[in-house]
Design a protein around this ligand. Sequence first.
Ligand code: GLV
Ligand code: MN
Ligand code: MN
Length: 412
Amino acid sequence: MNTVDRIKEMLETLKIFSETSNGVTRLPFTKEAELAVSYLKQKMEEAGLEVFVDASGAVHGIRRGISPRKIIIGSHYDSVKNGGAYDGIAGVVCAIEIARILKYETLFYTLEIIGFNDEEGVRFGTGFFSSKAFLGEWDIEKLKSQYDDKNISIYDAMKNWGLVPEQLINIVWQISKIRCFMEIHVEQGPVLEKEGVDLGIVNGIVGMRRYSIKIFGRADHAGTTPMNMRRDAMVAAAKVIEHIEMAAQKYLGSVATVGSCIVSPDTVNTVPERVEFSLDIRSINDDDLYAMEQDILIYLECVAQERNLTYEIQTKLEVEPAQMDKRLRAYLRDSILRLGYSSVSLNSGAGHDALPISRKVPTAMLFVPSKNGRSHCPEEYSKPENLAKAVQVVINTLKKINNEEDINNELS
Ligand code: GLV
Ligand code: MN
Ligand code: MN
């Protein structure tokens, strides 16, 4: 089997570990996640790696180099609901293939492959679970105050999955021990396909904020309560949601999405008492992100006052926009040229573990074209041939990093 066939086979197998047959649903701390982790462990072992699962549920494979300082390559293994078979997991599979190809090579830096857990944040409305754990950004209180739609906290979900949340403290990275982080990921947008190129080098990644917003009104009879005497949480939510779309349109390159909404009591003949909805806002420009957030919050306050309603906002995620490392981007570009592949540089509108990590560790991302730019849906597809090209480019880049001048300094 060659690289293309191995990538194809791994992705086909991993696709099976889904909760539904409509696309892939592999949420964190579930049976499906457990099956994926056990398969990834097996593949990492076959690639000659020392394998373990950490306190966040991330799966690691290590190849010791001459130096204990690490180059980390990885992506996430969780998915959205009814998503595709490539988002995240394709990068984990490529990383395993990289380790397999380098199985018998002497490496200067230690190579660590990671399948990150819960990057998407779908289950708890959060995001970047393992990467934030590596950066020491979770505490027990936070784990106990974020819930899924069945009212299970992250803390309890971890325990039910056999993890010990208190041990998260033990997996915080020693930043000086890490040379860099690299992530291969499918583009999830239309740019690379439109440009007709093999690969994309990521310049920067959008900043993101996520909130859970609850609007509280009063449940009343839908037939007997006059329109001017209602405190309807649903109408208020609808007005705010429409404003959210307008607010995002004011700032070029910014986006805002309400992707989840729960109404209660969710009854045909009762005025809605409570509406809870998610808000995800993103921009490559931090000032725009802040301005858009303020715009939405001020409008929410006005609507609540006007309609005699109350509301609560819980911040679920806050990450500033980030630039990828210049030197690593140059290495990637040089490797692409030497291998005779084509590429363009682009920003990422999707979030990635590379985003929070890049604040602390030199980080680079390589994108693989997505068919019709589709992602977060069952139609998601990227050619295994292009994923195999990304593998070759990263191997070439690893060799450059392993040979760079400061190795002499490390040895002395
Ligand atoms: C992850 O795919 C995100 O951008 O939300
Ligand atoms: Mn992803
Ligand atoms: Mn995703």
